[in-house]
Design a protein around this ligand. Sequence first.
Ligand code: PEP
Ligand code: MN
Length: 333
Amino acid sequence: MIIQLKQPINTTIVDELKVKFARMRKQVFVNNNYLAVIDLDHFDFTDQESAAIDQVKMKTSTYVLGSRMFHPEDTRIKLPHSQIGGSDFTMMAGPCSVESEEHIRRMAKVARQGGATLLRGGAFKPRTTPYSFQGLGEEGLRFLREAADENGMDVITEVMDETHVPMVAEYTDVFQIGARNMQNFSLLKAVSKTRIPVALKRGLAATIDDLLNASEYIASGGNHNIMLIERGIRTFDNKYTRNTFDLGAVPVLQKLTHYPIIVDPSHAVGAWDLVAPMAYAGAASGASGMIVEIHDDPEHAFSDGPQALKPDNYLAMSAHVFALRQLMDSWEG
Ligand code: PEP
Ligand code: MN
């Protein structure tokens, strides 16, 4: 049940209601004049209570905290060098993996030059086979952090394991939770206990509701700094693209949730020559930002080389993306 209170809020009534719900052992969440009571579908309000209420919504989604019904305004995430959400468009770029100190420093410069304010790079890699490069671990995180700091950027990097959360937290500004871990509930609970923003990637075979319900684990644990990443899903045809870029999910998610939606054309298409056109499509879909993989020697990349944009291609792509968004901004009003 979501209770929308009249403004100005009658705080005495709210406190009384909270006590009543607590006695019923119901969980209550508050967002300004919205009160979400979990697992409650009927309640006899007193006349005084009813007078303080604008409306009561019985039919809610299972992801209450992430819903627009409970939180109509866009979530905006502020980092030292970036702002994510609302009308801003945020570029995140970097190699798939942190490969060496020198390499990530070179890539950070390129990423920043293309307008990225977040540097990506995995130090813990969720590889399909155990024999592929698994990442440099904590040393990689240090290289990533230093490269970002050198260029006035924030860091986004994947955390794969709940036991690594405190260690990764020392280096990153945003936790990335990979597609393969979208429903790793102990990991979701572990990041929910921090206040570090979380970028949750849509699982390979996850529905939109699966993604939103997974994000609810993070929010219900107390961390509301969430963004969602559409990175392509598995469908019947992966002959020409690694995944199917579900761009329809972007406006759908924006309707359902207040969290910023980010697009990842690199993992969606899996081939560098398809990245730019789908990056434009992703930007045109209205997403709040983009995460893209770059590499100066893709043939020798430690992971995801085939989908990496070389510096010149990335710079051209990002310039076009920002120009496209500027054009779209001019359409407003
Ligand atoms: C990545 O960002 O390099 C990655 C492994 O992504 P995903 O979890 O979407 O496959
Ligand atoms: Mn990758």
